[in-house]
Design a protein. Structure first.
Length: 367
């Protein structure tokens, strides 16, 4: 091959290489993504840099909270009940009756009676707490789920002492004046809620690998009706008046999480572009709007909600106010480390939440 031809070929190759490098550098090279902007300089609860909008309330980890008659009540892991009755939200100790291995708390709407769940030698026990009387009452063994009636005067409980017996009862909060609703419920591994006077809701325990259902049990005629059928990872959150509910669910792999609303007329619709769990949402007093902490992304490996409750990962959340009727969404806070157990003040001025990083209780000023 003549040298001149060889030089021409080499020159062309070199030019192509240089052109390719330039195209890669200026066009195809991955860009560095800047940190989220928008005036929110906040990442982890406890490291507040956001003009005082967030305030720490508890000094110890919190297991559960509830907004009752305009006040925030919460339990720490020792079983101590606290109340925040003033604008400064300085907690006041209400109850000093501790319970070993506290797992969860079921709140009545008047805070006069509270059912606390603890474990003892691998057995789950339910204990009625009356803060005013400073009394603890052990409920019967074999109870698997408890809910207060809307007026707080009764409790319903799912009783399953063994694999063959699955029953539904109501009684006074202390277990007296028991009424049998069903001795052959034929449902296993369920949780219950009492959203309105005549209806007890029965829901499958949520798992992204198991199809879940929701039933309504009418305590007047003992009729049971299936409301939601075969949704994986199904979880439900009722409005305060029990007239509607939101629910989250996933696909058969526990992924592609969606949020939907079931309104008072019995219509169900997806809330578009919102992927979160009901554990990260709360209804406002008007029953129409909800606040939700929506993760900016979910890990690809996550099975929801299973891995979420196992604390297998953490997320960065944005907090949205969502109109459940129109689907209109308003961003109220962004880029906050994962939160849950939301409660909103009656005047819609503050959101209280528990940080999933350290279990401390915080208040977010919405104004």
């Amino acid at each position: 091959m003549p040298k001149k031809t060889l030089y021409i070929i080499l020159t062309i190759i070199i030019c192509l290489i240089i052109t390719g490098v330039l195209i890669w550098y200026f066009v195809l090279k991955p860009k560095e993504v800047a940190a989220p902007t928008g005036g929110i300089d906040f990442t982890v609860p406890g490291q507040i840099k956001n003009e005082g909008r967030i305030k720490i309330i508890s000094q110890e980890p919190v297991i559960s909270l509830s907004q009752i008659n305009g006040e925030i009540f919460f339990y720490d892991f020792s079983g101590q009940l606290w109340q925040t009755p003033n604008e400064e939200n300085k907690p006041i100790a209400v109850e000093e009756m501790s319970i070993n291995n506290l797992i969860d708390v079921v709140w009545s709407k008047d805070a006069k009676n509270i059912v606390k769940t603890g474990s003892e030698q691998a057995d789950i026990k339910y204990i009625l707490s009356d803060p005013a009387k400073k009394a603890l009452v052990n409920l019967k063994s074999g109870i698997k789920s408890v809910a207060f009636s809307p007026d707080s005067k009764k409790i319903a409980y799912y009783f399953s002492p063994n694999s063959r017996e699955n029953s539904l009862f109501t009684s006074d909060p202390d277990g007296k004046n028991q009424r049998t609703l069903s001795l052959e419920l034929n449902l296993r591994d369920i949780t219950i809620n009492w959203p309105n006077a005549n209806t007890i809701a029965l829901a499958s325990k949520p798992s992204g690998l198991v199809a879940g259902n929701l039933w309504f049990f009418d305590i007047r005629n003992f009729a049971i009706n299936k409301i939601i059928d075969d949704l994986f990872g199904l979880e439900v959150l009722f409005s305060t008046d029990g007239s509607s509910f939101i629910y989250s669910y996933a696909n058969e792999k526990g992924q592609d999480l969606k949020l939907a609303v079931y309104d008072a007329k019995g219509n169900s619709k997806i809330i578009n572009n919102v992927s979160t769990l009901v554990d990260k949402c709360v209804f406002t007093k008007d029953q129409l709007n909800i606040y939700c902490a929506v993760p900016q992304s979910w890990p690809d490996f996550a099975v929801l909600p299973d891995d979420y409750y196992k604390n297998a990962f953490t997320t960065n959340d944005d907090i949205w106010k969502i109109n459940t009727e129109t689907g209109e969404k308003t961003l109220v806070f962004e880029n906050i480390s994962s939160i849950s157990n939301l409660a909103v003040s009656e005047d819609d001025a503050n959101i209280f939440f528990i940080s999933r990083d350290n279990q401390l209780l915080f208040k977010l000023n919405l104004k």
